[in-house]
Design a protein. Structure first.
Lengths: 221, 99
């Protein structure tokens, strides 16, 4: 989902930067609030960020014959919501842009928008909806992580099709969706499973903290 | 979840990512397999602009070789893994002390 350095026209770079900056700034404010209210959640924040670090470093082969990487943004979104996850994604994307030439500083805003905002918003909304529908939080977190990952790549496809609508927006979109979203389906399933395993352990070791953050299903609390 | 379920999930995950290696066994980067989706998108952009797209910015620093790149990727995974491992070990110890 990394849009490479210099591969977005300047006006789109600015648009995504502005949107992402607002969300990340709100996320920083939220992190401060969460840490003030429940200092124990600091470790959980670190784990959510670390989970993203690991997953986004793994370039995995897909059944389409090309490689891509999962995002790990579903865990943070289910625990802390999308704005906080946007901050964590910014750290990961900066690391990759500066040290690995993956993504870039001009496209940072656009990449934060897909991996740090759209993916987590979808994951968070799916998670909350399934919890409300009385599903177990472990099942809910699978679908949250699966769809969060997949929609991150759908968002990238939209961003590229908007910037390069040649010959038309529709055909550009389907071209980028084939490159990104189709490749991503098995990876997103894998990310869902890995997030479930982490979630299960969290529920085992830190049930009170999860309850305090209000993320468990009513029957689990 | 019990241990068996967790192990089954882990195995499903492994199969999911080993399968492409088996399906496309014998193919490689030279005939267009296992390339990165990011680069494929870059090429598609270039094609859509008539093969004339010039990126207007380039990375401030690039890993000088594939070796250095894999070093930094391994470092990224290691940083993440040690943080997760540290806290999960700590929490597990705390939990068994409580019980």
């Amino acid at each position: 989902m990394h849009i490479m350095e210099g591969y977005l026209p300047l006006e789109w770079c600015i648009i995504w930067f502005v949107i992402s900056f607002i969300v990340v700034a709100y996320g920083v404010y939220q992190i401060k609030k969460i840490v003030d209210e429940t200092p124990e959640s600091k470790a959980l924040l670190a784990v959510s960020g670390a989970f993203m670090f690991v997953l986004s470093s793994l370039k995995l082969p897909s059944v389409t014959g090309s490689c891509s990487h999962p995002c790990g943004n579903g865990l943070g979104a289910a625990l802390f919501g999308p704005a906080v996850t946007a901050v964590l994604a910014t750290i990961v994307l900066l690391f990759q842009a500066i040290l690995l030439a993956h993504g870039g500083l001009t496209t940072l805003g656009a990449n934060i928008f897909s991996m740090g905002i759209i993916g987590p918003v979808v994951a968070w909304a799916v998670y909350k909806a399934l919890i409300k529908a009385n599903m177990s939080s472990t099942v809910a977190v699978f679908f949250a992580a699966f769809l969060g990952d997949l929609l991150t790549y759908v968002a990238t496809s939209f961003q590229l099709a908007l910037a390069f609508p040649a010959p038309s927006f529709g055909s550009a979109l389907s071209k980028f969706l084939v490159i990104f979203a189709v490749t991503q389906v098995p990876l997103a399933i894998g990310e869902g499973i890995l997030t479930v395993i982490i979630w299960d352990r969290l529920k085992e070791y830190k049930p009170k903290l999860l309850d305090k953050l209000g993320v468990l299903a009513p029957k689990e609390a | 979840m019990d241990k068996t379920t967790l192990i089954i999930l882990a195995v499903v995950c492994i199969i999911l990512f080993v399968a492409p290696l088996i399906i496309f066994n014998g193919h490689g980067e030279d005939d267009g397999y296992f390339g990165g989706a990011d680069d494929a998108a870059g090429e598609a952009i270039n094609e859509s602009q008539g093969g004339k797209y010039e990126p207007w910015a380039s990375a401030i620093w690039e890993p000088p070789s594939g070796e250095i790149e894999s070093l930094l990727f391994a470092l990224q995974a290691a940083i993440g893994a040690i943080i997760i491992g540290y806290f999960f070990g700590y929490w597990r110890g705390q939990k068994s002390k409580e019980d």
